[in-house]
Design a binder for this molecule. Structure first.
Ligand code: HSE
Length: 373
């Protein structure tokens, strides 16, 4: 396999390093805007040099972002090249378009590293659908947020310091707002739900709340009540009705999610035969993620494209009733729904996910976290 590599950041560099010396796959050309030289590959700023090179059969897209990644990936598929990508924003947004295009062109398209970094989550999610219906997916899907929350909880680190460490360690996106506001997890949930339930979710109805408003005082409240805060995605398909949302969630110490350290992810599916099955590993970082990209390249060599039945546009309905920790704005709505006061916030009585997120949208400085029950 001759690889054209688009992007030479955390994942691209990892792929280059891990394929060095392999006989079955080699990086031949790298498209990169920085002036670098590499011993084993030609470096160019011009994407056309990869697109027009008939010797390059497979393109690995590791640029991130929607544009020009989308235009490049589309052009590669149109030109009959296999594509492997770790870009969750790209795949979550253009899934319906890229999968049929790859099928039409008779090439392989794979994106396992788009969710869970080094974990074989998406490839296993696809496989599990051969034997059972999946009724639930979700969990901790963002290494940066987990690193921040874990550092604040266990090490007493300040939010800003923890985020800056996550950036230094190569966990965060180029724009870390995407991580801390939950958008990265939102993309990963959309992609996982589409694959798990065989649908194409209408994304506007999927609420998302990140962790950027969490403070040391909130963490102290959680500790005082034996709880640990994690950023969690939830996708459920029950009796044909789908719900999907992303939000900070409080787990009792002793629950598996509460113990997930550093940049690790813990992603779970519930299937009609397997019941609950979880996947755990490093959810971000150079070599774990690059390892998963190479797994996809090896599957392409074996002729295995991704996937997977995608489906019709489907709306989500989030009427699950949950209790929430709310801190920051104590207006009439919060007071009306308060069941219990803690030192720095309140616990609501059960309210619907949609109602809570609508309130949060109107009060963007507030911090909310669902109580896992
Ligand atoms: N920024 C992402 C994360 C990288 O922290 O999980 C892996 O998708």
């Amino acid at each position: 396999m001759n690889i054209g590599l688009l992007g030479f950041g955390v994942v691209g560099r990892g792929l280059y390093d891990l394929t060095a010396g392999r006989e079955d796959m080699q990086v031949k050309k790298v498209v990169c805007l920085e002036d670098i030289t590499l011993p084993d590959a030609q470096v160019t700023r011009d994407f056309q040099e990869v697109l027009q090179d008939p010797a390059i059969d497979t393109v690995v897209e590791a640029m991130g972002g929607l544009h020009p990644a989308y235009e490049f990936v589309r052009a590669c598929l149109e030109a009959g090249k296999n594509v492997v990508t770790s870009n969750k924003a790209l795949v979550a947004t253009f899934y319906d378009e890229l999968i049929p295009l790859a099928q039409e062109k008779g090439v392989c398209f794979r994106c396992t590293a788009a969710v869970g970094g080094g974990i074989s989550w998406l490839s296993e999610l696809e496989r599990t659908r051969r034997t059972q219906a999946v009724t639930q997916v979700g969990g901790i899907m963002n290494g940066t947020c987990n690193y921040i929350l874990d550092s604040m909880t266990r090490l007493g680190m300040d939010y800003g310091e923890a985020l800056s460490q996550a950036q230094k360690l190569g966990y965060a996106e180029a724009n870390p707002t995407t991580d801390v506001e939950g958008i990265d997890t939102w993309h990963k949930l959309i992609l996982s739900s589409n694959i798990a339930f065989g649908v194409s979710l209408e994304t506007e109805g999927i609420p998302v709340c990140g962790i950027s408003k969490i403070t040391a005082a909130h963490v102290a409240d959680f500790k005082a009540h034996g709880l640990v805060c994690k950023l969690v995605s939830t996708g459920k398909c029950l009796d044909g009705k789908i719900s999907a949302y992303v939000q900070p969630t409080l787990f009792a110490q002793g629950e598996p999610e509460a113990a997930v350290p550093a940049n690790f992810n813990l992603i779970t599916l519930v299937g009609t035969a397997s019941e609950r099955m979880s996947f755990y590993g490093q959810g971000a970082g150079r070599y774990p993620t690059a390892h998963n990209v190479i797994q996809d390249c090896a599957d392409v060599l074996a002729g295995k494209g991704f996937y997977c039945p995608y489906g019709k546009k489907t709306a989500v309905h989030n009427d699950d009733q949950l209790r929430y920790y709310v801190s920051g704005v104590t207006d009439a709505w919060v007071q009306e729904n308060t069941a219990e006061a803690w030192e720095h916030g309140v616990i609501t009585r059960p309210v619907s996910v949609d109602a809570m997120h609508a309130w949060r949208k109107a009060n963007p400085d507030a911090f909310i976290a669902a109580v896992n029950e």
